[in-house]
Design a protein around this ligand. Structure first.
Ligand SMILES: C[S@@+](CC[C@H](N)C(=O)[O-])C[C@H]1O[C@@H](n2cnc3c(N)ncnc32)[C@H](O)[C@@H]1O
Length: 327
């Protein structure tokens, strides 16, 4: 039982027991198999996560990172919709439940009731075990596809799932999410193709009447010329010794790159601009790459800008800018 409030630490504590009894070599082999599967031809007709060792490996290897990515997206959503609180949440393709943990942390005073849908039963079983005593979650077997019908819910999350679907199933899922939810949050790997899937989903959400709350400052066309760059962000993931054992390497952290879109059916208050790269701090000045009302720009903030200079030095990739925007 994990009685503490949901957080990166309590998730790590819940994960710590996971590979107990599984020799490190076997754990490493399960991770290797998983990576090979994920590098292979997805979408597949059957779940990649087939049994408990696949799922344990997935959870130990990926869950802390997907949790941090969803947490980053939810943080930006909360800035754009500070008064909105979901009562119900559906996590589609939720696997072992990383997004449910992030949602419970984001609205920790009164976490919504989360329903996790996935076709991989071993993932749902392990997710249920990890969450036992910590989170109020329901776990249901469901296959994503044209026939999927979701129940009305305040928030839908779809985290690291679109890549595993055909283009038709992606579109059907996003359209169905927009039909039933007030807010939809979609997260993908921060790669050029992950970004393309996010942009396609963003277009569908806007067509369905949604407004982009984050990361974009508006719901107009993305100013990135296709093929030249991709909008993505970075979340620092601290690695437990278990995580190090499974993934190898000795660094105490890694940076998870992710792309996302959060859109709402109600009018949000998006950032004026968003910092789209790690700020470059030089002697007496900070260079900020921004996406804002004038598209992509680079701002130079110097000591002459007074308090803004200090704020620019503290600013991080993915933050809204200027900081007064923050809820
Ligand atoms: C990379 S995992 C992401 C899991 C979780 N959302 C996270 O962020 O950690 C992709 C998940 O999508 C699920 N999935 C893929 N295709 C699916 C389908 N057609 N129907 C239901 N679930 C599917 C997989 O079983 C897996 O749990």
């Amino acid at each position: 039982m994990n009685a503490s409030a949901p957080s990166a630490d309590s998730l790590r504590a819940a994960l710590a027991g996971l590979l107990d009894g599984l020799p490190p070599k076997q754990a490493a082999q399960a991770v290797d198999r998983l990576i090979a599967n994920y590098r292979g031809t997805t979408p597949t007709d059957t779940p990649v996560l087939r049994d408990r060792s696949d799922v344990a490996a997935y959870a130990a290897y990926r869950m802390p990172a997907t949790f941090e990515a969803v947490r980053g997206a939810l943080g930006a959503l909360r800035e754009a919709a500070p008064d909105w609180e979901p009562r119900t949440h559906t996590d589609v393709g939720g696997g072992t439940g990383a997004a449910g943990w992030a949602v419970a942390e984001a609205w920790e005073e009164q976490p919504p009731r989360t329903t996790v849908l996935d076709w991989a039963e071993p993932a749902l079983a392990l997710g249920r075990e990890l969450a036992a005593g910590a989170l109020d979650m329901e776990w249901r077997t469901a296959r994503i596809g044209g026939a999927l019908r979701l129940a009305d819910t305040d928030l839908v999350t779809v985290s690291y799932v679109l890549k595993e679907l055909t283009e038709a199933d992606r579109a059907a899922l996003v359209t169905e999410a927009a039909r039933v939810a007030q807010t939809v949050v979609i997260v993908e790997p921060g790669t050029p193709d992950g970004y393309e899937r996010i942009i396609a989903a963003r277009t569908l959400l806007i067509e369905a009447g949604f407004t982009v709350a984050a990361p974009c400052p508006h719901s107009g066309a993305c100013p990135i010329e296709p093929g030249t760059d991709w909008c993505h962000f970075s979340a620092r993931v601290s690695r437990s010794s278990l995580h190090r054992k499974v993934k190898g390497g000795s660094l105490p952290y890694e940076d998870e790159k992710y792309s996302y879109v959060a859109a709402t059916r109600f009018p949000p208050a998006p950032a004026t601009s968003r910092i789209t790269r790690r700020p470059q701090i030089r002697k007496g000045l900070v260079l900020l790459d921004l996406c804002g009302p004038d598209g992509l720009t680079r701002d130079t903030v110097t000591k002459r800008h007074g308090p803004l200079y200090k704020q620019a030095r503290d600013a991080e990739w993915g933050d809204s800018w200027p900081p007064e925007d923050e809820g």
